[in-house]
Ligand binder design. Structure first.
Ligand SMILES: Cc1ncc(COP(=O)(O)O)c(C=O)c1O
Length: 240
């Protein structure tokens, strides 16, 4: 996003950006010298922007052809959030698997932890002692990851994320000022016919925490995967 590129100046050299969802714009900047293509597969902060599943297939084909590593940033989309364990490999990605997946946020249910998952092609190039880290594999963080994964499985929260998405879509279909719903599972954007800021403020007054995005009309929702349909109804009633 432009804002972060501005704050982070001077930027790391050698990076270029392309338009999300537009394979031609990627082709225009990628060649055999490109090391990696990294993207967030649903662009959350940008306004919960989605791409056609075909885009991910075309990206994979391009990377395979040119020897480029494909990296999906699943910090927001990973660990069940879209109604799939990962966006990677799901129908949302046309089954495409990247070479690297980054994870954080819900991985530890609030306990700080991040992870980087790699395929055999990548791991076979990492040797013992190539990399070290002070906190890697910390016991508290690992216990939190295990507990998170077990709870998601035990309570079937991935199916719940899908159910909640459908319930929200049905419930908001005829609500005034709402012109669209974006996203998947529990990573959703409500698109209004004007700025969402007044709705964001009013919801907060009613103790409902939502997020804005860089699209002024899109309010972001990232409820816990265990959110119930009754709780979604509270949001809908308040919006009404
Ligand atoms: C999509 C995405 N990637 C990466 C990050 C950075 O992750 P962390 O805060 O764990 O460094 C964030 C937000 O924090 C994010 O939303």
């Amino acid at each position: 996003m432009g804002k972060y590129r501005e704050i982070g100046k001077p930027n790391v050299p050698g990076h270029v950006s392309a338009v999300f969802g537009d394979i031609e714009s990627v082709r225009a900047v990628a060649d055999e010298d490109t090391a990696a293509i990294m993207l967030e597969p649903i662009q959350s902060m940008a306004g919960v922007t989605e791409a056609d599943p075909r885009f991910f297939r075309e990206l994979r084909d391009l990377c395979d052809k040119l020897g480029i590593m494909l990296i999906f940033d699943e910090v927001q989309t990973g660990i069940g959030r879209t109604g799939n364990w990962f966006f990677s490999g799901s129908e949302l990605a046309d089954g495409v698997e990247p070479d690297v997946i980054t994870l954080a946020k819900s991985l530890g249910s609030g306990v700080p932890v991040g992870a980087c998952l790699v395929n055999d092609r990548v791991s076979s190039n990492i040797k013992l002692n190539d990399l070290g880290t002070t906190f890697g594999g910390g016991m508290l963080a690992m216990a939190a990851v295990l507990a998170t994964l077990e709870a998601i499985e035990a309570d079937d929260m991935i199916a719940n994320a899908k159910r909640v998405e459908q319930h929200l879509r049905d419930s908001l279909a005829n609500v005034r000022n709402v012109v669209g719903i974006r996203g998947k599972g529990c990573l959703l954007g409500i698109e209004f016919d004007g700025p969402c800021k007044p709705f964001h403020a009013k919801l907060l007054e009613n103790k409902i925490i939502t997020g804005t995005s860089s699209d002024p009309n899109v309010l972001r929702l990232l409820p816990p995967l265990c959110v119930s349909e009754d709780e979604i109804d509270v949001l809908v009633r308040t919006l009404e």
